[in-house]
Ligand binder design. Structure first.
Ligand code: HPA
Length: 298
């Protein structure tokens, strides 16, 4: 007897997407949200939720980090179908770049057109305060890898112009989605009716936090925020032609900027405090994004 070969990465993503499609039934979301450290309770704002544990989804990686509970919450947010990933896996947990970005592949195969990637980040820009939400204007990849290294799989590119070996990253974070987020922020009292800052996010592998010398170097490179996630997901989402909105929650000032030492507890607690603000923002923002998708579909 011969054993059957392992399914290809593409087939694995399809299998996971088909599994989820069956679980979600008539919902058919076109907007995906990934919740970062300490931000998981934003999923409480989802009405009529369907829960799917990552462990139940074929080939899906499971998070080992406290504060990333590891399940899908699908339902309505602001009356619009969404699929929320409550928790993500990171490179520092020992997962391969392909495993880290597998959920993004699955969202793409599920028909998601826009993803909102949230994260906890250290603030490098001295204008930032703890608890602030910052929109990602761009990123710097210092993770030491790109998740697309390896054979290109053009079948991941269903949208015209996607699935390419080489592709443009001039507008990794959608200008249109940032505009909608700014409009939404101005209408919610939790942000004092003020516009959000926009900044450059630099990704390191972690898991150790940075040294003060590294933070000085990152500032000189043009970074406003530092964190250990999001960038691989953005690259893969763009490869599949999805629009990306990145939102950092400044959970701490980066190393050496304040006299205090950094801890995961501090990051987690600060994240927990802004969840309410983020949930209110999403209730406005998600319908606004959905309206633009209906425009493009018609
Ligand atoms: N550095 C890296 N990642 C982080 C930080 C930080 O200061 N805060 C939250 N995630």
């Amino acid at each position: 007897m011969t054993s059957s070969p392992l399914p290809s990465y593409f087939d694995q993503a399809n299998k996971a997407a088909n599994f989820l499609r069956e679980k979600l039934g008539a919902l058919m979301p076109r907007i995906g949200i990934v919740l970062g450290s300490g931000l998981g309770a934003v999923a409480d704002a989802v009405s009529s939720p369907v829960f799917v544990a990552y462990g139940a989804i074929p080939h899906f990686p499971q998070s080992t980090v406290e504060g990333h509970s590891g399940r899908i919450v699908a339902g309505l947010l602001g009356g619009v179908p969404v699929i929320v990933m409550q928790g993500r896996v990171h490179y520092y947990e020992g997962y391969t770049p392909q495993q880290v970005t597998f959920p993004m592949r699955v969202l793409g195969r599920l028909g998601i057109e826009s993803v909102i990637l949230t994260n906890a980040a250290g603030g490098i820009n001295s204008n930032y305060q703890i608890g602030q939400l910052v929109l990602l204007a761009d990123h710097i990849n210092l993770l030491g890898f790109n998740p697309l290294v390896g054979p290109n799989e053009p079948r991941f590119g269903e949208v015209p112009g996607s699935g390419l070996r080489f592709f443009d990253m001039t507008e990794a974070y959608s200008v249109q989605l940032r505009g909608l987020a700014q409009e939404a922020a101005r209408t919610i009292s939790e942000s004092g009716g003020e516009a959000l800052h926009e900044g450059v996010y630099l990704a390191t592998s972690g898991p150790s936090f940075e040294t003060p010398a590294e933070i000085r170097a990152f500032r000189a490179l043009g970074a406003d925020l530092v964190g250990m996630s999001t960038v691989p997901e953005t690259i893969v989402a763009r490869h599949m032609g999805m629009r990306v909105l990145g939102i950092s929650c400044v959970t701490n000032l980066a190393a050496g900027i304040s006299a205090t030492q950094l801890s995961h507890e501090e990051v987690f607690e600060a994240g927990s405090r802004v969840q309410h603000k983020l949930a209110r923002l999403f209730e406005r923002l998600v319908p606004a994004i959905a309206a633009t998708q209906m425009e493009t579909a018609s």
